[in-house]
Design a protein around this ligand. Structure first.
Ligand code: KIV
Length: 265
C-alpha cells in the first residue's frame, strides 16, 4: 500500500516510528522501497554526496527534478519528498510557487521540503493552499552554511532555543505537515516534538521525534569523506566495494576474467 499523508499521521498518532532515507537514484530508491522505508527525500545533499561539492549551494532545480524522476521510477510505495534547492524559493513568492509547482507536476513527488522558519511561513501557507504539501527544515540548515560558517548544533543558547520554538510554531501554523529538525539538542527537540501536531523527523536531534532520516550513502558507508556524530553506519560499503573492484582488476590482469563460461562460444 502506498504511503500517504494519512498513513504517516496514523503512524504518529499510534506512536509508530517513521523511517526516511535521503537518496537520489533509481536503484537505491528501489532498495529502500522494497524494505518498506516510509519516506524518501531527494535531498539537496546530492550536492556533496553525488556531485562531490563542498556544500549544497550549487544544486539546481533541474538536478532535483532529474534525480526525483529517477527515484520515482524506483519507488512504488514510499512517500517521495523533493528538496527545493538554494535560491529556487527565496527570490519571490511567485517564483517559489512556480518552481515548487513545476517540481510536483514534472516529477510526481508528493511534497516539497524547504529550509527555514518564520521567514518562509507565508510561502508555506500559500503552497499548502494551492495543494502542495510542505516539509519544513530547521536547526542546522545546510543552505545557510555561509551564515553558520560550519555545520553546528543549533539550540544551545536561550536565544537559539527561542528562535527554534518560534520557527517551529510558525511553520506548523502555516500548514507544514512535517518538520525536519537537524542538529538540535535532544532536550530541545523533545520539547518541540511533545507539543507538535505535525510530524517531526530528526537528524542529529535525538530519539524523541516521530521518526529519523539519514542519507543513504551514510547508512551503507559509501560516503567516507566525513562521518557526523549522528550517523550510524550499517555497512562498510566503500570498503566492500573497493575489495570487489581490486578483485576485478586482479582477475583482468591475471587473465582470469572472462572465463569460457563468461564468453560467447
Ligand atoms: O538534503 C538532505 O539530504 C537533507 C536531509 C539530510 C534532511 O536535507
Amino acid at each position: 500500500m502506498p504511503v500517504t499523508l494519512k498513513t504517516l499521521f496514523k503512524k504518529k498518532r499510534e506512536g509508530k516510528k517513521i523511517s526516511m532515507v535521503s537518496t537520489y537514484d533509481y536503484w537505491s530508491a528501489k532498495l529502500c522501497d522494497e524494505v518498506g522505508i516510509d519516506c524518501i527525500l531527494v535531498g539537496d545533499s546530492l550536492g556533496t554526496v553525488v556531485k562531490g561539492e563542498v556544500d549544497t549551494l550549487s544544486v539546481t532545480l533541474e538536478e532535483i527534478i532529474y534525480h526525483t524522476k529517477c527515484v520515482m521510477r524506483g519507488a512504488r510505495e514510499a512517500f517521495i519528498i523533493a528538496d527545493m534547492p538554494f535560491m529556487s524559493y527565496q527570490v519571490s513568492t511567485e517564483k517559489a510557487i512556480e518552481n515548487c509547482g513545476r517540481v510536483i507536476k514534472e516529477t510526481k513527488a508528493k511534497a516539497v521540503k524547504l529550509e527555514g522558519g518564520s521567514e518562509i511561513a507565508e510561502l508555506v501557507y500559500k503552497l499548502t493552499r494551492v495543494g502542495i504539501p510542505v516539509v519544513g527544515h530547521i536547526g542546522f540548515t545546510p543552505q545557510s552554511i555561509n551564515i553558520f560558517g560550519r555545520p553546528k548544533v543549533v539550540g544551545k543558547s536561550e536565544e537559539e532555543i527561542k528562535k527554534l520554538k518560534e520557527d517551529f510554531k510558525a511553520l506548523e501554523e502555516a500548514g507544514a505537515f512535517m518538520i525536519v529538525l537537524e542538529s538540535v539538542p535532544t532536550k530541545v527537540a523533545k520539547e518541540l516534538w511533545e507539543n507538535s501536531g505535525c510530524i517531526v523527523i530528526g537528524i542529529g536531534a535525538g530519539k524523541y521525534t516521530d521518526g529519523q532520516v539519514l542519507v543513504f550513502h551514510d547508512i551503507i558507508g559509501l560516503f567516507e569523506d566525513f562521518k557526523p556524530k549522528f550517523v550510524r553506519r550499517y555497512l562498510e560499503g566503500a570498503k566492500l566495494i573497493k575489495e570487489a573492484l581490486e578483485h576485478f582488476k586482479m582477475d583482468i590482469e591475471k587473465g582470469d576474467f572472462p572465463s569460457d563460461e563468461e564468453s560467447y562460444g
